[in-house]
Design a protein around this ligand. Structure first.
Ligand SMILES: [Zn+2]
Length: 414
C-alpha cells in the first residue's frame, strides 16, 4: 500500500527515480571455447539490448559486452546453461564514467588551448582548428563543409606546406564516426597538431601531399556521449520507426546493407533507412568525391582492438591490389611495434574481424577510387572505449608513429 502511494505520488508529480548514467551496468568478457559456444555467443550478439563492444570473432577470443541491471540475470543464466566461460570486468560502469567525467572536467579547466591531457568537447576542437587557421594562414585552411543533423558545424582542416601548389595529392584522415570512441578524435587532433605546430619535424610529409583532416565526423553522437550517454555509438537522427540514430559506418553506399548491418533502427549497427541517409555520411561522401583523383590515402580512425584493416568489409574476397594495401598497413604496424612494442593485427576487415557492409573504407576504396583505404582501430583503454586522460598522450603519439609510416609509404608509391 505504502509503495503504491509512493509510486502514485511520483507519477502524479512528475518526479522520476533517475538512475545515475549506466548505474549497475556490468561489462563482461565472454570466451567461447568450441564452435557450439561460439554459435550461442553469435546468437546473443544479435540481441539489441546487449551492447557488444565487438561482435564475436573466433574461438578462444573473448567478446566484451555491456549488460543492463534488468538483463543481467537472464544473460548470466544463458551463459551458465551453455557453460560459456565469462568474467565480469566491470561491476558498475557508472562509477568509471563518473570518475572519467570528473577527471576530464578538472583537466580541461587546468589547460588552455588544445590539450592531450583531457578529452576535448566538440566546440573546443572546432575552436582549435580556427585558431590554427588564424595563426598559420599560409599553411592552414579551415572549411565549413556541412552540418550535422542537430546543426553542428562539421569542419575540415586542410594542411599544406604553404607552397600554394594546386592539386597536390591528398591524404585524408577522419575520426569520430562512432561517438563513444573518444580516442579517435583525439588522435586526429594530434595529427593536425603535429603537421601544423611541429611543421619543421614533419614537413617532408607535406612536400608532395596536402592533408585534409575531419576530426569529428559524428559531432551529435560525440556530444551526446559527453552529456548524456557515454556508450552511445550512432548518429542522433531519429528514424521513422522507433529508435534514434544510425551506425554511420554501415551507412555508406557501397554494397549497402548486404551483410553485417542491421535493418532494425534500435540496433547499434542500424544501417539507416537508405544509403547515405545521414547528413554526416553525406558530408564525408561529398568531400571525398571532390578530392577524387587527388586523394591517395583514406584513413579512418576508430577504437578499439589494435587493427589495421583494409577492404573489403562486405566480402571475404580480396581486392586485386591487396598487396599495396597490405604493404602500407604493415608499414604502420611495424613502425608502432618497433617504437613501443604495441602489436597491431593487419588484414582485410572481413577476414580479420567479420563481414560488415556500408563502411566508409569500402566506399572510399570502391567508389571514391582512393587506392589506399585503411581503418585503424586504436588500442583499448579502461574497459575499452574509455582510456583515462593520462593515456591520451601515449596513445595518440604512438598512433602518430604508425600514421606517419603509412603516409611515408603512400607518398613513396603514388
Ligand atoms: Zn568504430
Amino acid at each position: 500500500m505504502e509503495v503504491k502511494i509512493l509510486l502514485g505520488l511520483l507519477a502524479c508529480c512528475g518526479f522520476a527515480l533517475v538512475r545515475a548514467e549506466l548505474e549497475g551496468y556490468k561489462i563482461y568478457d565472454v570466451t567461447p571455447t568450441n564452435t557450439f559456444e561460439q554459435q550461442i555467443l553469435e546468437h546473443l550478439s544479435k540481441f539489441e539490448d546487449y551492447d557488444f563492444f565487438h561482435r564475436p570473432r573466433a574461438l578462444n577470443v573473448s567478446s566484451r559486452v555491456m549488460i543492463s541491471p534488468e538483463d543481467q540475470d537472464d544473460f548470466e543464466n544463458t551463459l551458465n546453461k551453455f557453460s560459456l566461460g565469462f568474467e565480469v570486468i566491470n561491476e558498475d560502469v557508472s562509477k568509471a564514467i563518473h570518475l572519467e567525467r570528473s577527471q576530464n572536467t578538472l583537466f580541461r579547466s587546468m589547460s588552455r588551448g588544445v590539450s592531450f591531457s583531457s578529452f576535448q568537447r566538440f566546440n573546443q576542437i572546432n575552436a582549435y582548428l580556427d585558431e590554427l587557421a588564424a595563426k598559420y594562414p599560409n599553411r592552414v585552411t579551415v572549411n565549413n563543409v556541412g552540418k550535422s543533423y542537430e546543426g553542428r558545424q562539421i569542419k575540415t582542416i586542410t594542411i599544406t606546406n604553404g607552397d600554394k601548389k594546386a592539386n597536390k595529392n591528398v591524404i585524408w584522415v577522419d575520426g569520430g564516426i562512432h561517438a563513444r570512441e573518444w580516442i579517435a578524435p583525439a588522435a586526429a587532433l594530434y595529427v593536425i597538431n603535429q603537421l601544423v605546430e611541429n611543421f619543421s619535424a614533419n614537413k617532408d610529409l607535406l612536400t608532395k601531399y596536402d592533408w585534409v583532416v575531419m576530426p569529428v565526423v559524428n559531432p551529435d553522437g560525440y556530444e551526446y556521449t559527453h552529456t548524456k550517454s557515454r556508450m552511445w555509438r550512432k548518429t542522433r537522427k531519429p528514424s521513422s520507426s522507433s529508435c534514434t540514430g544510425t551506425d554511420a559506418n554501415r551507412n555508406f553506399g557501397f554494397h549497402w546493407g548486404e551483410v553485417g548491418a542491421s535493418s532494425s533502427s534500435c540496433s547499434d549497427t542500424f544501417r539507416g533507412e537508405k544509403a547515405f541517409s545521414e547528413p554526416e555520411t553525406q558530408v564525408v561522401r561529398d568531400q571525398l568525391l571532390k578530392l577524387k583523383g587527388r586523394a591517395k590515402f583514406y584513413l579512418t580512425i576508430h577504437s578499439y582492438g589494435n587493427y589495421l584493416l583494409y577492404p573489403w568489409g562486405w566480402t571475404s574476397q580480396l581486392p586485386s591490389t591487396v598487396s599495396n594495401l597490405d604493404e602500407v598497413a604493415k608499414a604502420g604496424a611495424n613502425a608502432i611495434r618497433s617504437a613501443t612494442g604495441t602489436k597491431y593485427t593487419v588484414g582485410s576487415s572481413t577476414n580479420v574481424l567479420y563481414a560488415a557492409a556500408g563502411g566508409s573504407d569500402d566506399w572510399a576504396f570502391g567508389v571514391a577510387g582512393i587506392p589506399i583505404s585503411i581503418t585503424m582501430e586504436l588500442p583499448a583503454g579502461g574497459s575499452g572505449f574509455d582510456p583515462s586522460p593520462s593515456q591520451i598522450k601515449p596513445f595518440v603519439s604512438e598512433t602518430w608513429i604508425g600514421i606517419k609510416a603509412m603516409a611515408q609509404k603512400v607518398i613513396s608509391k603514388y
